[in-house]
Design a protein around this ligand. Structure first.
Ligand code: ADP
Length: 365
């Protein structure tokens, strides 16, 4: 397995669409990297440039220190797994996996060994003589993975490989892929629009929007310390709430609502010149509370709200409400029943809120 560097990679399509801008990342040996972002943000384009299926318009692509921009896909030592697994319907599972090696005229004994090894890794041993139509969706996806594994590539590239599976199977395959990665420790680049997939599978996530990398970090870094409002709003479900207001004299002011800002946080805002200025407060739904220790610690950050909708999710309840006319969602853990249209006191965990610059949308830090 191997490391790969993308150094200011750009893609301009012939029709003039600048799909990827200065994409840079140093992918380390054995990492599982997920590119995540809404449809059209440039994830697949970047992956296809790595695979050699799309020309690179600018920048350098290095595999183990060697520039491979101009190498043909077959010479790149990468293997791609697509969302449509595109198995050969008339071939058995065995031959589907063996086919690319047979084309390369590898030794039949070696091919046999590699196919059996991949089948073992993927628990496909009993299905080797079946045709794809005799397999479930999950098994077919595993055969598609097997075809990549037998090639023993330096890097695995996966483009939404689970998006054709139903919800339950997707969750199951997700954990299988995680286990597979643990076992093989193969450097993997994985494209998904599903932030839960990215968060649960990747060692690091690249969050993209409109052709630009917004942030690169571990799932926890990106979740706890989003660089800007796009990342803050994209990662996490239900999403982070944003309230526009003004910070003054240790208080965040939204209309007639006042929230006391902890000393160190306010000092930072003041030092950065934000005192008295418009800015945006971001609070995750789970950082809103109705009882317990946070409520005592942040007495100055209480707000009365009217419960518009309460969705009971077993242990938690998602409350839809508003503060000064702006919708907010609270993910409340409570033993008490929350009734629709009732008025309740909530409290924001002000130690965990973020502040963002209103014009640049960057997190203030
Ligand atoms: P994602 O994978 O994040 O959904 P893509 O990489 O497929 O996004 O697309 C990024 C942008 O490039 C989009 O605006 C898309 O319309 C455009 N695009 C993709 N493929 C082509 C193409 N072959 N020609 C022109 N524009 C394209």
């Amino acid at each position: 397995m191997a490391n790969m560097i993308l150094d200011k990679i750009n893609k301009v399509y012939p029709n003039g669409v600048h799909a990827v801008h200065d994409f840079s990342i140093d992918i380390r040996d054995g990492e599982f990297i997920a590119f995540v972002g809404p449809s059209g943000c440039g994830k697949s384009t970047t992956l296809r440039m790595i695979a050699g299926l799309e020309e690179i318009s600018g920048g350098d692509l290095l595999l183990e220190g060697k520039r491979i921009n101009d190498l043909a896909p077959k010479d790149r030592d990468v293997a791609m797994v697509f969302q449509s697994y595109a198995l050969y319907p008339h071939m058995t599972v065995y031959h589907n996996m063996a086919f690319s090696l047979m084309l390369r005229r590898e030794d039949p004994d070696v091919i046999h060994e590699k196919v059996l090894e991949a089948a073992r890794i993927l628990s496909l041993e009993e299905y080797l003589n079946r045709k794809p139509r005799e397999l479930s969706g999950g098994q077919r996806q595993r055969v598609a993975l097997g075809r990549a594994i037998v090639r023993n590539p330096k890097i695995f590239l996966m483009d939404e490989p689970l998006s054709n599976l139903d919800a339950k199977l997707r969750v199951q395959m997700r954990s299988e892929l995680i286990k597979l990665h643990k076992r093989m420790n193969a450097t993997t680049v994985y494209v998904t629009h599903d932030q839960v997939e990215a968060m649960t599978m990747a060692s690091r996530i690249v969050v993209m929007s409109m052709g630009y990398v917004q942030q690169i970090g571990t799932p926890k870094e990106v979740y706890d310390y989003p660089d800007n409002m796009f990342v803050a709003g994209f990662i996490g479900a239900p999403p982070m709430n944003f309230l526009k207001g003004r910070a003054d004299n240790g208080t965040f002011i939204v209309g007639s609502t006042r929230l006391a800002i902890p000393g160190d946080k306010y000092t930072l805002l003041a030092d950065k010149g934000y005192a008295g200025k418009e800015l945006v407060l971001g609070v995750r739904p789970e950082d809103i509370h109705v009882e317990g220790e946070v409520m005592d610690r942040h007495k100055g950050a209480k707000v009365s709200i009217v419960v518009e909708v309460a969705e009971l999710l077993g242990k938690n309840v998602i409350v839809y409400s508003s503060i000064e006319g702006k919708q907010i969602l609270a993910d409340l853990s409570t033993k008490h029943e929350i009734e629709m249209e009732s008025t309740i006191d909530i409290c924001l965990d002000m130690d965990r809120v973020h502040f963002f610059d209103d014009s640049t949308t960057e997190r203030i830090r």
